[in-house]
Design a protein around this ligand. Sequence first.
Ligand code: NCD
Ligand code: ZN
Length: 345
Amino acid sequence: MTRITITRPDDWHLHLRDGAMLKGVLPESARHFGRAIIMPNLVPPVVTGDQAAAYRDRILAALPEGMAFDPLMTLYLTEGTDAEDVARAHASGLVKAVKLYPAGATTNSHGGVRDLDRVTGVLERMAEIGLPLCVHGEVTTHDVDIFDREAVFIDTVLDPLRRRIPGLRVVMEHITTEEGVAYARAGDETLGATITTHHLILNRNHILVGGIKPHYYCLPVAKREKHRLALRAAATSGEGRFFLGTDSAPHVDALKEHACGCAGCFTATNTMQLLAHVFEEEGALPHLEAFTSLNGPRFYGLPPNAGTLTLYKGETAVWPAKILTEAGPVTVFDPGFPVQWHVEG
Ligand code: NCD
Ligand code: ZN
């Protein structure tokens, strides 16, 4: 197969930032994706329905003429979140998910949740109205090794939470381990899991062997090879539980190439080409559409996009090494191998 046409894809986990960065990176996503779940970890975070409405307006204002893109908004869960405000923002159609960041887990998460008991009321309300919780699934305690933080979170936080509030729809975001894959598979229809493009390509050696590669550092951090293989098997399986969330997370180069470099890989530009490469390698191109365009909308109770996207195989693909935003240059994810897939048009 050297050409494939799929339903226009969506990105179920995307960081667009704000201001000059938003303006610079938004076209990279809007070019290929119909919709995206927009992460709320701005500074300050998007906590209320009013803040989400204002952020959505800023995103649409930054969209270049002639591009179509539907930002699906989320709220950043805090211990002060008002269940009524959440329910209103959901009922109006504005907000499609609420995001749980354990406090301190990742970029701009210090305002996240320290004690889950303090948000039980909000979570119970979300279960009643069918509003999904997107979960950054890592514990943050210093005694847990960073490579174990996802697996420990599943056992000590996620599973108890889902048992306590059984109807709650949960997306395990950017899973990075075979434990994450196994837990997602074992769940019922209230459970979904997103997988990023870069976690299908990187293991931890890519970050650390032969010199530290700041542009491969993201959270959750890439794990051992066996975990990457488990993620590949899950993503390419076609199973409805798994769908694409790129977690494309732009940081300017000055903050990536730094003594204390920010976490995040910027994959908006070449995700679809890289996924075609990965799915072809796995002999699974017929399942690409389920992963990028069908499973996510089904989980969120939305129709698939009306348009299509065509990928074809040709010369070795070249894409810009950096996106030059007015906030500064942002390095585009380099898979480290040649890719022959292109997006038509
Ligand atoms: C994200 C960011 O930069 O906002 N970084 C990352 O490494 N993925 C935050 C996140 O999703 O954890
Ligand atoms: Zn993210």
